[in-house]
Design a protein around this ligand. Structure first.
Ligand code: HEC
Length: 436
């Protein structure tokens, strides 16, 4: 009779545990201790002078291997939920399954994997978060030299820029910092390499927007030594692969905007040592998916934004060249892509929305947005937003009204100037026909 009862009890316990094998400490016990006990019985606090994070601590007094009935640990966790001594004292009591597993583990000899030290779940999570944190460059603010002061004064005077009241924005990045933010974008077209010479004196230069300027390799030479620079925009400039070599040494750069520049995959070689680089905006540059993938191999944290995928517009004469040997190409479609050197990625649509003819890559209507979200909203349902588009190359986002980000653009292609003009006059009339 007793045997039968023991058998039934074992079946119930094993049933609760969901298994018939021995309790595995790492699987069933460690997690419970780490989540519910170690905060108070570990390296930080030792309530009741008790540590449960190592075998020595746990098995010294409160666990008697083989004897759950004589083990304080088991006694305290299995007290009634409203008992003042129940462990853990805060939160829900351990579950029945957890309590049964601990009992079984003790009765099976309280096996503790050799030298295993438990870490509270909180500390484990914090350590993991630390390990996953992306590396940040070490930026050292330098004392502001007289030369730096003079350079800033010269830049904000707008000296040499021609137009009255037009000067770049040069200011502290935030309160309580000497780091400098400089923006030439709005005076862009007037700015040449010479105007940028004072930048060489600004040791604390941290963010620099040179979009729309006439900068060349010579101008980039002025910021060669700007070790504190973390963010640089060269969007809408004629910077090319050779010019980009000038900034090879800017190893603290985290964001680089190459939108609408002449940079190609070759130029990406200049970025290979920028270990903190996270963002490269490369839409409408010569950078391809292949180049982006190569860069990502060297810098796994980098995200190269190539914009949305554009339709391929091919020069007509080339199609003829391709036709004589169709069989070969059927088997190797990738090779075919590579051969077509003239293929240009230009517009969202392949066919003119007015005439349905092929797009001419020089007849484009561009709509600018402040961010990827607005661009995505527009792309989803152009007809819903087109009324707010007042014309091509807008300066404010038609969706948010905010300033535009040059890398967020929706480009519509046309077959000829006439169709482009018809569209520009009444975009709402034709927008429904804008299709991939
Ligand atoms: C919030 C803090 C806290 C947590 C979490 C906690 N304990 Fe405790 N533990 C205490 C305090 C405080 C005492 C002393 C209680 C007393 O003496 O009245 C204690 C005492 C004990 C004792 C008695 C020690 C002795 O020698 O008398 C055992 C056994 C124990 N805890 C086990 C556990 C176990 C097992 C867990 C996890 C399931 C746990 N405790 C979680 C605070 C905690």
């Amino acid at each position: 009779m007793r045997k039968i009862i023991t058998f039934i009890i074992s079946v119930v316990i094993l049933g609760l545990n969901g298994r018939a094998e021995k309790v595995d400490f790492a699987k069933s016990i460690q997690g419970v201790f780490e989540a519910r006990c170690i905060d108070c019985h570990g390296p930080k606090k030792q309530k009741a002078d008790l540590r449960l994070d190592s075998e020595e601590g746990a098995l010294a007094e409160v666990v008697k291997p083989g004897k759950s009935g004589e083990s304080k640990l088991y006694k305290y966790i299995s007290l009634p939920a409203d008992h003042e001594d129940i462990m853990p004292p805060k939160g829900d009591p351990l579950t029945k399954v957890q309590i049964a597993s601990i009992k079984q583990w003790i009765d099976e000899g309280a096996n503790w994997p050799k030298e295993l030290v438990l870490i509270s779940s909180k500390d484990r999570a914090a350590a993991e978060a630390d390990a996953n944190k992306l590396p940040e460059p070490e930026i050292k603010e330098s004392p502001v030299s007289d030369a730096e002061k003079a350079a800033i004064a010269r830049l904000i005077s707008g000296e040499g820029l021609g137009e009255k009241f037009s000067a770049p924005l040069v200011m502290a990045l935030a309160q309580n910092t000497k780091l400098i933010y400089a923006n030439f974008r709005l005076v862009g077209k007037n700015v040449n390499d010479e105007h940028l010479a004072p930048l060489a004196e600004i040791q604390n230069l941290s963010e620099l927007d040179l979009a729309n300027t006439q900068i060349t390799a010579v101008g980039l030479g002025h910021i060669k030594g700007s070790k504190n620079l973390t963010k640089l925009s060269l969007a809408n400039t004629s910077i090319d692969d050779a010019a980009l070599k000038q900034i090879e040494g800017l190893t603290n750069l985290m964001s680089l905007n190459l939108y609408n520049t002449k940079v190609t995959d070759v130029g990406l070689a200049s970025l290979m040592n920028m270990k903190y680089l996270r963002k490269v905006y490369a839409w409408q540059s010569g950078i391809t998916e292949k180049g982006a993938a190569e860069l990502k191999k060297a810098l796994p944290n980098v995200d190269v934004n190539l914009g949305f995928k554009l339709a391929k517009v091919e020069a007509k004469k080339e199609e003829k060249k391709e036709t004589p040997k169709p069989k070969k190409e059927e088997t190797k479609p990738e090779k075919k892509e590579e051969k077509k050197a003239d293929v240009k990625l230009v517009s969202f649509n392949k066919k003119c929305p007015v005439s349905s003819k092929d797009v001419d890559p020089t007849k484009l209507f561009s709509i600018n947005f402040c961010c990827g979200n607005c661009l995505a909203d527009f792309t989803k349902a152009p007809a819903n937003h087109i009324a707010k588009v007042k014309g091509p190359d807008n300066k404010k986002c038609p969706i948010s009204g905010k300033d535009i980000d040059a890398s967020k653009q929706f480009v519509i292609g046309f077959c000829c100037g006439n169709c482009l003009a018809s569209f520009t006059k009444a975009p709402a009339k034709h927008i429904a026909k804008v299709k991939k």
